[in-house]
Design a protein around this ligand. Structure first.
Ligand code: MG
Length: 159
């Protein structure tokens, strides 16, 4: 069996009056991501982790933010495309794990829904998707609610 691992990272600024979407799930909060697409840090970091695992490129190369087609786009489009590339190269997703760093709001009430949505986009069972949300203990820009970031790790296998 051939195994591959990938890591992804993403960060976006938080701005008042924008919709906050994480893992394809709308979160109730007075700020949302300032981004070309919907700014979904979880889906963006997972997209990069998948693309990195197969050495295909990264999200910025595949979907340049200068391309008007991606304005305000639902980021599941990026993630689905990365899944398609991984499958085309003969790999299956073992599991994914993510850490979201966001000072506010608490994501725990949304965790189950986010896992379900993410699993649907990845085409795997929910038990293979996990995420932790952490505050930044009030430190730096992430701790001051100026932005939020996400790290993701994926493992792929080919039988
Ligand atoms: Mg991004």
């Amino acid at each position: 069996m051939e195994v591959r691992v990938g890591i992804g990272y993403d960060i976006h600024r938080l701005k008042e009056g924008k919709k906050l979407v994480i893992g394809g799930t709308e979160i109730e909060y007075n700020k949302g991501f300032e981004a070309h697409s919907d700014g979904d840090i979880l889906f963006h970091s997972l997209t990069d982790a998948l693309l990195g695992a197969v050495g295909y490129g990264d999200i910025g190369e595949l979907f340049p933010d200068t391309d008007q087609r991606y304005r305000g786009l639902d980021s599941s489009v990026f993630l689905k495309e990365a899944v398609r590339i991984v499958h085309d190269m003969g790999y299956k997703i073992g599991n994914v794990d993510s850490v979201i760093i966001i000072q506010k709001p608490k994501l725990l009430p949304y965790r189950d829904r986010i896992r379900g949505k993410t699993a649907d986009v990845l085409g795997i069972e929910k038990e293979r998707v996990f995420l932790k949300a952490k505050t930044n203990e009030g430190l730096d820009s992430l701790g001051s609610e100026i932005g939020a970031s996400c790290y993701s790790v994926v493992i792929l296998y080919k039988e």
